[in-house]
Design a protein around this ligand. Sequence first.
Ligand code: ATP
Ligand code: MG
Length: 394
Amino acid sequence: MLPREFSQALPVLLELEANGYDAYFVGGSVRDHLLGRPINDVDIATSALPEEVKSIFRDTVDIGIDHGTILVLTGSGRFEVTTFRTEAGYQDFRRPDSVDFVRSLEEDLKRRDFTINSMAMDARGRILDPFEGRGDLREKRIRTVGLPDERFSEDALRMMRGIRFVAQLGFDMEDDTREAITRHAPLMSHIAVERKTMEFEKILASMNKHLAFNLLVRTGLYRELPMLEGYGDVIEAMGENPAVRSLSKDQAWLYLLFHVMDGGFLKAWRLPKKEIKAREKEKESLKERLCGDWSPQLLYKTGRNGVVNVESVASCISTSPHSIREALNRYDELPIHSVKDIEATGAELIKWKGNPGGPWVKEEIAKIEEAILNGELSNEKASIRKWVTTCNRS
Ligand code: ATP
Ligand code: MG
């Protein structure tokens, strides 16, 4: 029995076959299926030319017709169908000058990056594996299809993809493949930041990120990553510190942001503005947290998610970490968690004081917020009213 992801796409394979073409599942889905890992997207490769694919299926979208990719929409899902192709040229170290459609599966598998990504599976579940990807899966080894020097000069991003697969799968990198990265790392300068970020985020989110950090240092590839050139020691420490392994992607970014002294670090990686803002705020909280304990004010302004992120990173770098649970309990016990929780509104303050509205309302609310957090004032309407209408307060 094939996993559901494949059986849903099976009618597409069978339809292509019924029309006289070859069709296979290829790439990451076959790899993950053989590893018993969750399957991402199921890619289909076929000997049918794009126009032929379009003539067979009623509902299609041209999503990358120049590269031979057609999206086929069926009742059970949408599937990318790509014509077998070879690539040639690669004068810019990142993409082929031309692609040629071919009728042979093996030619198509040959252009793929690593042996474990170069297997195909037919509609009956039979595996085609001309580059011994299964052997490398067994040996837990990342190895290029063909000569690594050639493959990395064609497309430099493959070096980072290789390190990413090491991190995601907990594999080793074969010696020749690793040594070729050491030689070709500078070619990464041809790769757009966004593509580096996509791979790096997958590394940061992975279970075995320490293996990737070790490799980034060992091969020198970290020098080609935005603003990390001078931070080999930080990356090395991330590889050696067992606590770093359990950090989430956001927490790992926070760890890096904390250690990188130059401003604009996350901007250099083109992270979304919202994420940059959240991490910058957490960095400020982390600095305060490392100088002492959580105060109610610090917990409040950091927010629940921020507290988890800050405390997780603090556990990696502080000699006296608290437990995340304890910090969260203290957060949950705060009398208020946002200004909206205050049992009095601006309109009520205006009414109670008998003054017209103005900037004083916001200032007064900030004072109330502070007093409630400090435990000087209880968060009840009557107490707040009394507190704002009497003068004897600090
Ligand atoms: P993921 O689980 O992250 O989707 P994946 O292996 O499916 O991993 P994709 O980026 O979706 O990776 O690519 C699909 C397939 O296309 C790969 O398995 C590989 O065969 C091939 N491929 C992708 N990028 C490259 C590349 N830069 N060079 C050569 N082949 C590549
Ligand atoms: Mg994929």
